[in-house]
Structures are given as C-alpha cells and as structure tokens.
Design a protein. Structure first.
Length: 268
C-alpha cells in the first residue's frame, strides 16, 4: 500500500480526533469514535503490509448474492476483490467511474443512481453538515437535512452527449470514453467497465487509459471475459454466454456491489 494512501488515512484519523476534542457533546460523537477506531485498525494493517479489509457485514453481501444466485459461486473470489477495491477507493476519497454500450450503458447509469443517493439505507447527514448548512442557508437547512442523503461519488461516461458526439465527430468515436478517463480519471479511482463480450473496443481503450492514469479497473463480462480479462485488475465473468443471459446476472452483481459499499460507509 502506498505511503500516500496511508497519509490520507492518517489525515482522516487526525480530523476525527480534532472534531471529537472540540465537541464531546456532538450528536455524532459515538459514530466518529467508531470510525476512528476502524481507521486506526486499517492503518495498522496497512503498515504491516496487509490489504485493507472491508467489514465482515460488507463482505457478507457477496455470500448473500451467491445464496440467491448459486451459479455465481464461480465468481466469488473476484466479487470479494471488487468489493474490497471499491471500498478502498472510497476510503481514500476517490470515485467510481462506469462505462458500457447499449444495455451496459444503461447499467452504468443505473449504478451511478444507486451510489449517489440512498439505496437500502437512509444515509442521514451528520451534525457537522447541519452546522454548515445553517451557516450558509439557514432557511433551507431543515429541508436539506430532511431530504439530502450521503453520496458515494460516481459518474457515468455514457451520458456526456455533447462531449461524446463532438469527440466522435472531430476525433475518433471509439476513444470518447478514453478521452473522459484522460480528463477526469485520477489515481485511486476505480473504473467499472461493463461489456457482455469483453471485447468492446471503446471500453478496452478506456481500460488502457485507466492504466495510464493509475485508475484501478474492474470488468463485468460474460463467461469468456474476452480481451478485457487480460487487461483489467479484476474481472467478474458471470457464467453465461448469451448477451441477455449475461445481463440478467450483471444486474444482481452490481446491485450487490452497491449494497456492500453502502453498508461499508453508512451501515452499522
């Protein structure tokens, strides 16, 4: 694990300690204390060379998925690795980027919708956010607190209509995703590349640019994995070969991923 990642983690611990010292009566004090202890344990593992682990309840979501879809047991190792990778990215203050074509483009949009708002959990905002809202917009603070939810930063590369069409017309249609990764991808981010065949050229180019930018890549494919399986860091190859059957597995897989990550950061 990089020294940069450990430094970011230590900074988060320090920030929590400062907040707790300033106001021990904070309504979120117990939550902050629990978060601090979890981060300290994680930092200790990192210093020993271990990979940061997700909570047991988070990893349990993988087995919950497999209990409903037993055929996905062949993907268990990669599913666990994907959950850990996305949790590690968010823990470091980064984001998830999704892309795909056709039905997989819709899946990319769907994933963003589950991450950027509450999915199964309410994701209530904390007391510090209320204080800031009351400073900036006191009349709307109650309305905001009642309705806004904690977000897990995510974006889809498929909905940039003006950029994608302009780039396709002026440069190269199969590089529009890669262009966006070049512009928005940062080291520590995760790219979720969805392709039923594993051979979508524009998705492959996006993965290659992700490697250039230090963005970790996870592919969601069919059984063969196509060319993507040899390019990405993690490849979840669902055990089907027909496109629509593959897509029928993709939905519960990425739902599980969203549920697991939500549990990691907003669950008990």
């Amino acid at each position: 694990m990089s020294s940069e990642a450990m430094e970011r983690l230590q900074n988060r611990i320090d920030a929590l300690e400062r907040r707790m010292r300033l106001d021990s009566n904070d309504l979120d004090y117990e939550t902050h204390l629990r978060q601090k202890r979890e981060l300290q344990a994680m930092l200790a593992r990192m210093k020993k060379g271990g990979v940061p682990m997700a909570k047991n309840t988070t990893l349990q979501k993988v087995d919950d998925l497999i209990s409903h879809y037993p055929a996905l047991s062949v993907c268990r190792e990669d599913l666990v690795a994907a959950v850990k990778a996305v949790c590690e990215s968010y823990r470091g203050g980064h984001k998830l980027i999704a892309c795909g074509n056709g039905g997989s483009a819709s899946d990319a949009e769907h994933i963003v919708g589950e991450l950027m708002k509450g999915f199964l959990l309410p994701r209530k905002l904390d007391g510090k956010m209320r204080e800031r809202m009351e400073e900036v917009c006191p009349e709307e603070a109650d309305y905001f607190m009642e309705n806004l939810q904690g977000a897990l930063p995510a974006l889809s590369l498929v909905n940039q209509v003006a950029l994608n069409t302009a780039f396709a017309n002026d440069q190269a249609p199969d590089l529009s995703f890669a262009q966006q990764i070049l512009g928005m991808g940062e080291g520590g981010d995760v790219l979720l590349a969805i392709s039923t065949s594993g051979n979508s050229t524009n998705v492959i180019y996006a993965v290659q640019m992700a490697k250039v930018k230090g963005v970790k890549s996870i592919a969601l494919t069919g059984e063969s994995g196509g060319k993507l399986k040899d390019l990405v860091d993690i490849c979840i190859r669902v055990p089907e070969r027909e496109t629509y059957r593959i897509q029928e597995y993709h939905l519960p897989v990425y739902h599980m991923l969203c549920i697991a990550v939500e549990n990691e950061f907003f669950g008990e």
